[in-house]
Design a binder for this molecule. Structure first.
Ligand code: ZN
Length: 114
């Protein structure tokens, strides 16, 4: 599905529109989501919808933002895993359990164990 980003020339609001087909985009008349102005400028977005496997570690902050704004959970999840930053609060983030419940045997000092 083609997604288009627009910026309102009247109030500066940025917004995205998703069209089912390119024909639908051709027929549509984009309006500002904030003020309803038709004087909107199409912004070329680098959001890739089809490709899932990307090298997110080499992305700029703006590109990451584009992925987030794209709303594709798979892409967002993959991005955060590759980048290695803390995952957002939403979504099934895989966070290592560090409560120490399972002893992996690397340390066997049991002095403090009560
Ligand atoms: Zn506007």
């Amino acid at each position: 599905m083609p997604q288009y980003d627009f910026r309102c020339q009247s109030c500066g609001q940025s917004f995205s529109l998703i069209f089912k087909t390119y024909a639908a985009y051709d027929a549509a008349e984009p309006r500002c989501s904030a003020c309803g102005a038709v004087a909107v400028l199409r912004v070329i977005s680098r959001v890739s919808i089809a490709k899932v496997e990307r090298d997110y570690s080499g992305m700029s902050a703006n590109e990451m933002l584009s992925v987030l704004e794209g709303g594709d959970e798979k892409q967002v999840d993959a991005m955060f895993r590759q980048v290695g930053e803390s995952a957002p609060a939403t979504g099934p983030a895989v966070i290592p359990n560090r409560t120490g419940e399972s002893n992996d045997g690397s340390s066997d000092t049991g002095e403090d164990d009560s």
